[in-house]
Design a protein around this ligand. Structure first.
Ligand SMILES: NC(=O)C1=CN([C@@H]2O[C@H](COP(=O)(O)OP(=O)(O)OC[C@H]3O[C@@H](n4cnc5c(N)ncnc54)[C@H](O)[C@@H]3O)[C@@H](O)[C@H]2O)[C@H](O)CC1
Ligand SMILES: [K+]
Length: 491
């Protein structure tokens, strides 16, 4: 396996521990040496971020994450900084963390047993060394109090390896969790730092600790990288970039299917048409002839449109009434490459059926929970497991939307989107994504690639549009940056 590009390779905590072990057992690098390298890297990051800091508070747990913290303290003392260190629990006798604690004490450090804010002056920076990849339950008691004190201190926080309380595996938080301005993560990226509650980590910087790629293994997931479509061949013509048929838009919900059609057109589909029965969408034909909207009252008027289309965007505004259900059946029977979204997914939950070979499902956590028969909280508690289960169950490419959207293929591959912002939680954003993915399928992208590229373009366009503020960000604002991004230009 070619060495994964460390910046985009994401691993589970179990994989990270195995890699740590290989470094110790195969390369003969003592755990304490790794800890010292981690601490030196974290301390250097701290100095870069807060060069004026003179007083650190370091909160250490009883494990190796705490060990990292003690050695950050030792490095800070050596540089003349004032360090107050709070130790929650004592490291295991003879372990690396115990050696680290001793090294801190030998450097003149002192450790107190609890976070008694009144007794301690407010520090310039807090270093969170409570829990790393070893978190296995919600912080309780004095650990919970320590996390709350860190979050309440009102000073910048640097988390070591993982913000304490966040699961490095799922990005969920079983209980309270540190909200860090930055995280110094060691050796490899953990996948939990890139989805769901990952914003608790703040800016994540990876420190490989000078370990050779030989100790790595195949990553569990990979981060998307910015890209667009290759330039068009000069002799391209309308027919060579596919024909997207957007099917949906029942009475009163025509905006969704129009958004999907617009997005497909802006992504570069050669032809786009709309099958709907929403009068205002039909009325816009005069103004927007490029989105050929046709009144469709049932399967018999939909079929000729399906025959001409190369890709179907199915579901935006389709509803679950008899009209929508009949079109949904007919469109899926056609077996064309399809993006299935919104009520198209809810209809699938109600009536499981054979899907086209080239199919992309784009559920938000709620739709995913219905398709999986679990609660939305269960989906969010382990998004990686949920998206892989869906992809396998429906033999489909699945986009599990949300903070750090995940894209899974039936073969187990998972990609993670590093872009996006809360402004995207507004109407029409999902319809736009559906149209973008359909537009990419129409231009010849394979389903998994269309989903990965589409999610990335959508989120990057939203980030570009959010430069004018996340509030008031509307789906239509994405179309202009989207066009530049899909052409490989700067947004
Ligand atoms: N040589 C190495 O492996 C390196 C590890 N690095 C750092 O080590 C941590 C992982 O350390 P580990 O001892 O496995 O676990 P933690 O320190 O994260 O957790 C400590 C300990 O705490 C217990 N625990 C977990 N959750 C709770 C809870 N909610 N309440 C109470 N106690 C809890 C559990 O038993 C854990 O074992 C890794 O993140 C790195 O920071 C070095 O950086 C690199 C070398
Ligand atoms: K930590």
């Amino acid at each position: 396996m070619s060495a994964p590009h460390l910046d985009t390779a994401l691993f589970t905590p179990a994989q990270a521990r195995a890699i740590d072990r290989r470094a110790i057992d195969e390369l003969g690098i003592p755990g304490f040496e790794l800890m010292a390298r981690a601490a030196a890297a974290a301390y250097a990051q701290l100095r870069r971020l807060w060069p004026e800091a003179r007083h650190l508070r370091i909160v250490c747990g009883a494990g190796n994450n705490g060990g990292d913290g003690y050695l950050v303290g030792r490095d800070a003392l050596a540089a003349g900084l004032h360090v107050d260190l709070v130790a929650l629990g004592m490291p295991k006798e003879g372990g690396d963390a115990a050696l680290a604690r001793q090294a801190f004490l030998d450097a003149g450090g002192t450790a107190t047993a609890a976070v008694d804010d009144d007794a301690l002056a407010t520090p310039d920076v807090i270093v969170d060394a409570l829990y790393g990849t070893g978190l296995n339950r919600a912080p309780e008691g004095e650990a919970k109090a320590a996390v709350e004190a860190i979050n309440a201190a009102g000073v910048p926080v640097l988390a070591l390896d993982v913000p304490s309380g966040l699961s490095a595996d799922t990005g969920a938080a079983p209980g309270v969790a540190v909200r860090a301005n930055a995280t110094a993560t060691f050796i490899v990226h953990k996948r939990g730092l890139h989805t769901h509650l990952a914003e608790l980590a703040g800016t994540v910087v990876l420190h490989p600790l000078d370990l050779p790629a030989s100790i790595l293994e195949a990553p569990d997931a990979t981060l998307l990288t910015p890209r667009g479509l290759p330039p068009r061949p000069r002799d391209a013509h309308k027919g060579s970039n596919g024909h997207v048929l957007a099917v949906g838009g029942d009475h009163g919900t025509g905006g969704a299917v129009r958004m999907a059609a617009e997005a497909a057109a802006r992504t570069g589909a050669g032809l786009v048409s709309v099958a709907t029965r929403e009068q205002h969408v039909l009325a816009m034909n005069a103004a927007r002839p490029e989105l050929m909207a046709h009144a469709v009252d049932g399967p018999q008027t939909l079929q000729p449109m399906l025959d001409k289309a190369s890709v179907v965007a199915l579901g935006p505004g389709i509803g679950q009434a008899a009209w929508g259900h009949a079109l949904w059946q007919t469109a899926l029977d056609a077996g064309k490459p399809t993006v299935l979204d919104a009520d198209g997914l809810n209809l699938l939950h109600a009536e499981p059926r054979v899907l086209p070979a080239a199919i992309v499902l784009t559920p938000h956590p709620g739709e995913a929970s219905r398709l999986l028969g679990i609660t939305t909280a269960d989906v969010q508690a382990d998004r990686f497991h949920a998206v892989r289960t869906l992809a396998r169950k429906y033999a489909a490419v699945v986009v599990l939307k949300g903070n750090g959207s995940l894209i899974a293929a039936p073969d187990g591959r998972v990609a993670v989107c590093p872009w996006g912002n809360p402004g995207m939680a507004s109407g029409g954003m999902g319809d736009t994504l559906t149209g973008i993915i359909a537009g990419l399928l129409a231009q010849g992208c394979e389903p998994f690639d269309a989903a990965c590229l589409g999610v990335g373009l959508h989120a990057r366009a939203a980030d570009a549009a959010a430069r004018h503020g996340e509030r008031g960000l509307l789906a239509g604002d994405l179309l202009d940056p989207l066009r530049r991004l899909v052409n490989g230009l700067e947004a």
